[in-house]
Design a protein around this ligand. Structure first.
Ligand SMILES: Cc1cc2nc3c(=O)[nH]c(=O)nc-3n(C[C@H](O)[C@H](O)[C@H](O)COP(=O)(O)O)c2cc1C
Length: 213
């Protein structure tokens, strides 16, 4: 017998029935890892839904840049439409759809800004041009022409020609802290599998429910 015990993987993780899972972030990690292997483009793309002041929903795609038990992180311009909507109503819903796996994951909950340190650390991993673009884009504001944007990029490229490109003060990340996470797997004849997890607060135990498709 060897000194190191083999790592015990639950059956649902090793090809068994995912509806046996009892910890949604672990199941998300397993599905996301699989999507990264199978999805042709942007396995990290997720629809982000917010609401405006009139309660009118708004959805757009963003990229998942980090996740853990605390939540799902994306980055954006804080003065954009989504940034303003989240300032007014800091709640959101996320939807992933991985076509190659015929799987959907939905999550919703409250939204918190990430720390300056976390945003700085992620910003530093972006390419120089993407960092300059973050300065040049007044995301969601009216733009008179493509040329005007290219000029703004050139102006900021010149401004930051020497040295580092710091993170713009209006560019940062948000963490969607899930209260609900739902997993959906397509099955033949539309007899799909769905399980939903809910918790009252972060740190509270997850409650699992199987749902009709
Ligand atoms: C696949 C994909 C990924 C995107 N990722 C982001 C992102 O991570 N952050 C972001 O601000 N916009 C991202 N966008 C652009 C947004 O969908 C949206 O156009 C932009 O953020 C402005 O949205 P708003 O006016 O509602 O604020 C992405 C678009 C696509 C299609």
């Amino acid at each position: 017998m060897s000194d190191t015990a083999p790592i015990e993987h639950p059956a649902w993780l090793t090809g068994g029935d995912f509806t046996e899972a009892d910890e949604p972030l672990r199941l998300f990690a397993a599905w996301f890892a699989e999507a990264r292997r199978t999805e042709a483009v942007n396995p990290d793309a997720m629809a982000l839904a917010t609401v405006d002041r009139d309660g009118l929903p708004n959805a757009r795609m963003v990229l998942l840049k980090a996740f853990d038990d605390q939540g799902f992180v994306f980055y954006t311009n804080l003065d954009s439409v989504k940034g303003r909507e989240l300032a007014d109503a800091p709640k959101a819903a996320l939807t992933f759809y991985w076509k190659s796996l015929q799987r959907q994951v939905r999550a919703r909950g409250s939204v918190e800004p990430v720390s300056k340190e976390e945003a700085d650390a992620y910003f530093a991993t972006r390419s120089r041009m993407a960092r300059i673009g973050a300065w040049a884009s007044k995301q969601s504001a009216a733009l008179e022409s493509r040329l005007a944007f290219e000029k703004a990029v050139a102006v900021h490229a010149a401004k930051f020609a020497i040295g580092d490109v710091p993170r713009p003060p209006n560019w940062s990340g948000y963490r969607v802290v899930p209260q609900e996470i739902e997993f959906w797997q397509e099955r033949p004849f539309r007899l799909h599998d769905r399980i939903a997890f809910t918790r009252s607060t972060v740190g509270a135990p997850w409650r699992k429910t199987r749902l009709y498709p």
